[in-house]
Design a protein. Structure first.
Length: 324
């Protein structure tokens, strides 16, 4: 599928001049950001990212395996969790392996098409994660606040429809971002000030006068993220209000200890991502941009398995049964 065309006559700015020449020199590849000029720091960076990546893959694959094989985990909650784990497995694989290889080889180049493909899958999976997290919070809201109606509301058909809608919405968001961004003329610098092809850093490479469409897409998608975050927050407010009515102090503490870490990861993912996409675009490397990107690309896929498996009694019991 062709998402964009690079042969159209669009104004290209280079060295202070704009040209409409069809034969103009355009960017054919991008250079991603290096973590450090020091080879030793590059090795440390690659080693840390590799360990985190392996931990995320192991945790998410374990959840996928357990929720697929164990008959006691054939419930809507674990159906959603299996989708989230598969998504996180793909999500962290889009950006981190390339960054590790680039650090070890000192080759940070990525082709124009490869960059577009990475940006598409990243935006697709990020938007899908927001949707799935929203669905999961709704599932918990119904289970805790409306337990008598749970099986009617969250039935098998509803689960499949919600997941299909989540994945489809992510794909649409990815297509919107990539089409709006990579149809723009990249004719100046090809250095991306990020360890992966991130839309805000890519936009800093084009003329600010021609990015109106992509800014509109970013504002639209960010607004949807805010709506999802508000929905998740309201769901947990209702959940916490019901939890406070539990007479057992031990029961309240146990439920809070399960819900709060999930809410913290959700907030970290959505808030850091939103800040990164709405703050002014910088044309130079920034430590803040790097840290924000780590918060919404690396942290959620790594922490989600810990929250949903090590802190979940059913998951630990299922692991024991599979290992027996």
């Amino acid at each position: 599928m062709m998402l964009f065309s690079r042969n159209q006559r669009t104004p290209c700015r280079g060295n202070g001049k704009i040209t409409n020449d069809v034969n103009r020199t355009e960017v054919s590849e991008f250079l991603l950001m290096e973590f450090s000029d020091s080879w030793e720091f590059q090795i440390v960076y690659a080693a840390v990212f590799l360990l985190v990546y392996l931990a995320a893959l192991t945790g998410n694959l374990l959840i996928i395996m357990l929720t697929a094989l164990d008959v006691h985990l054939q419930k809507p909650m674990y159906f959603f969790l299996r989708n989230l784990s598969f998504l996180d497995f793909c999500y962290i694989s889009v950006t981190v392996p390339k960054s590790i290889v680039s650090s070890l080889t000192r080759d940070t180049s990525i082709s124009f098409f490869g960059c577009a493909l990475q940006a598409f899958f990243f935006m697709d999976l990020a938007a899908t994660e927001v949707a799935i997290l929203t669905v999961m919070s709704y599932d918990r809201y119904v289970a805790i606040c409306q337990p008598l109606h749970y099986e009617v509301i969250i039935n098998q058909g509803a689960c499949v429809k919600m997941m299909a809608t989540s994945w489809l919405s992510g794909m649409i968001c990815g297509l919107m971002h990539v089409t709006a961004t990579f149809s723009l003329p990249f004719c100046g610098s090809n250095r991306v000030n990020q360890f992966f092809c991130n839309i805000p850093q890519l936009l800093s490479l084009v003329d600010s006068k021609v990015i109106t469409t992509e800014i509109g897409v970013m504002v639209f998608v960010t607004s949807l993220v805010i709506i999802c975050f508000v929905s998740i927050t309201l769901s947990y407010i209702y959940i916490f209000s019901v939890i406070m009515m539990i007479p057992s102090r031990e029961g309240r503490s146990k439920t809070f200890s399960t819900c709060i870490p999930h809410l913290v990861v959700v907030a970290l993912f959505m808030i850091s991502g939103s800040i990164a996409y709405v703050k002014p675009i910088s044309s130079s490397p920034s430590v803040l941009d790097f840290l924000l990107s780590v918060f919404y690309t690396v942290v959620p896929p790594t922490l989600n398995p810990i929250i949903y498996s090590l802190r979940n009694k059913d998951m630990k019991a299922a692991l024991g049964r599979q290992c027996a």
